[in-house]
Ligand binder design. Sequence first.
Ligand code: BG6
Length: 487
Amino acid sequence: MKMRFPENFLWGGAISCAQADGGYLEDGKGIDTQSMRYFNPKWDRKERDENRNINMTSERFTEALNNDSQMNYPFRHGIDFYHRYKEDLALLEEMGVKVFRTSIDWSRIYPNGDDATPNEDGIQFYIDLFTECRKRNMQVFATMLHYGIPVNLVTKYGGWKNRKLVYFFERYAKTLFERLGNLVDFWLPFNEINCNRFNPYNGCALIKDQEENYDQSIFLAGHHQFLANAFAVKVGNEILERPMIGGMIARFTTYPATCKPEDVMQTILDENYKNYFYTDVMARGEYPSYTKRMFSEGGIYLNISDEDRQILKENTVNFLSYSYYMSMITSVDPSYEVTNGNLLNGMKNPYLETSEWGWQIDPIGLRISLNQMYDRYQLPLFIAENGLGARDSVEQDGSIHDDYRINYLSEHAKQMAEAIEDGVDLLGYTMWGIIDIISCGTIEMSKRYGVIYVDLDDSGQGSYKRKKKDSFEWYRKLIESNGEILI
Ligand code: BG6
């Protein structure tokens, strides 16, 4: 098949502020919740994986507040993008990247989240960064919240379960639209909004031992995030000339383990529970009917007012995006082998290979999910993240041969082309971690996604110098040929 991508298809790359920026507490930045996550470079693979899903505790939180180590808190140094972004964007321009996705650090704009006025130095950083993107012919795709919130919003308000955060977020969004609106093309109020459920510290800033009813707090926090998302859409529609404000989830594409009707039904429930609940609210503007049973059986009680329902209904997103890394299977039979995945572990599909981190590699799952999402919502789609986390080795001559990554990316790009042929309206693709960054799940540097290598190890040691991997030239050609090299 001829790989056809629309002429204006947006090939791009994505990173997030906590994983990349560094510049910890510089220029008025406040402390954010991601820089509180502890990592020990001596942990082995098993310990890293175990700590990935560990909930934040009050003890760990207090310890982090009183500890100024960067080595044990890698999100404090990232890859020093804060100081090196010009060099990084020059490399992206060399590849012909058309859109750059990053996130804005709430604690650079409002250091405490509830400050009366924004931090002008923080705003200036983003004006400079996005202007530089424009100079280098890149559109800007900005996420307002990629997990990290100002720590004060946790210590003083208890995180997203407190409705006051809806107001603080709306004000933050308004500031961003007013001050950066002319420099940004695509907005996402929330990265992977369904993460609030699967990693409640990252997703909605809850500390488990401080919650009487953890599940109830998670859904309440989730409701507040839906409202915050809707208010951001409302304010954006009022302020922006051409608002493109999207909703995003981490897409857990799920297949039935067998054709047994029970397994097929379980798949429908899982898809609703993990994925569609979130996109249904953001795109259709109401809690779907299946949530009634989900909530009553889960003992969740949300007192949703008519005003809340109205704000959700009137302020739906105008595109949808998601991260896609892997798929999983599901069954009513609990005896299936389980393997790691993004945010969630899942049952193992015997037809798929896994990455070293256990994530099941499934390019066709991307085509499947694109068809499912487009068919359900008929809204333009954007693949906001996709990529392979792998260990890279630098040869003596400095080269990095990452055929495995080229293979992963090209197989997924082929399936995007198929989905476009199927009729899906796909706006673009920002491959994840285009420059190596700190892993979000396991907080390590050795899990690399980039086509650009960063000389940095798990203890934070290294020159921070950037190097091109083989995939750099491959991605340049892919963009230049608009996918024709995939044939
Ligand atoms: C996504 C997150 O869920 O997965 C990213 O939005 C993250 O922040 C990505 O980096 C890959 O996960 P990990 O754990 O390999 O970094």
